[in-house]
Design a binder for this molecule. Sequence first.
Ligand code: SF4
Ligand code: MG
Length: 334
Amino acid sequence: REPLLEVRDLKVAFRSHGRAEFQAVCGINLDVERGQMHAVVGESGSGKSVTMLAIMGLLSPSARVSGSVRLEGEELIGKPERAMRRIRGARIGYIFQDPMSALNPLLTIGDQIAEAIRLHDRKITRRSAQERAVELLRLVAIPMAEQRALQYPHEFSGGMRQRVVIAMSMANEPSLLIADEPTTALDVTIQAQIMELLERLRAEKGVGIVLVTHDLGVVAGAASAVTIMYAGRVVEQGSVDEVFAWPRHPYTRGLLGSLPHPGRPKPRLDAIPGAPPPITMRPSGCAFHPRCAFAVERCLTEIPPLRSVGPSLSACHRAEELPPLTSAMEAANA
Ligand code: SF4
Ligand code: MG
C-alpha cells in the first residue's frame, strides 16, 4: 500500500528584492503513513514551516518549488491553485500556531465550522452542517457543545480556540492533518491536552498527522516517527524510539540534552551553543559546524549526505562515532 504522504527531494527557493536566490529547503524526503504521527522538529529558520506550506501549495508564486509531493499517490506539485484549494480543507486539514488567525471573529463558532463543511460539501443542508458542527465540537471535547456553537471566538480561551480550529480542520474528514506548532502559543497543561486530542484523533479516525514543533519534548509520547531539520535539510530521521535512544546526529543530541530528564534537576539550556543561521547566510559544508562540538576540518567544506546509520538516517560525517545516549548520559553523570 502506498504511503499517505510521500515527499521526495522537495526544494524551495526564494528570490528577495533583487538579491540572489536562496534555498530555504534543500531537498527533503518525508513519509507519513495513515494513522501515523510524524514529528518534524527544528528551530526557527530550519525550513519546517516552508516545507509544510509547500506541501499544501500555500507558498507565494515567487517561491520556486521542485521535487515531488504525493498524497495518496497523487502528485500535488504543479497542480493548479483551484485544484489545491479543493484538496486543502477536504483531504488535508491544517492547524497553525495562532488559532485566532484561523477564526473569523464576526462569526459564531458553529457558523464557521458549518461554513467549512459546506465549502467542500455543496449538497449538505445548512441545518445538517450545523448539526455536524456540534458533533465536531463534541469530537474535540468541548463541553456543552450545543451552546458553545452559538458563541463567538473571543468567548473561548486559547486552548478552547485551538480545539475549535482542530474541529474545523477535521470537518471534511481529511486523511492528513498538518499541525504547525499547534501548542506553542498555549500554556503547558493546555499543551498536553491538545497533544492528547491529536493523539486521539490519530487513533480513532486514522488520520495521518505531521506535527511540526521546535520542542522535542512534545514528540516523545505522541509521534512514532521523527524528522529533525536544520538549515533547510533533514539531519536525522527515524523512529522516535530509535532516535531518542541513540541519536545519530550532534544536533539531535543537543536538542535532547536541553530536555529535562528524571534524576537531572535542571535541563542544560546551553546544550547547543549559538543560534541557527539566518536563511540567507548558511555556513559552508555542514551548516551545523559553527555550533558543533564534534566538527572536524571536512565539516567546513563537505556537506554530509543523509545516509543510513543503524536503523536511522543521519547527515553527519561522524555519525558512527556517536554512542547510544544512555551510556553517554551515564558517563556524564558518573
Ligand atoms: Fe558536526 Fe561535522 Fe557532524 Fe556536522 S558533519 S554535525 S559539523 S561532526
Ligand atoms: Mg514556523
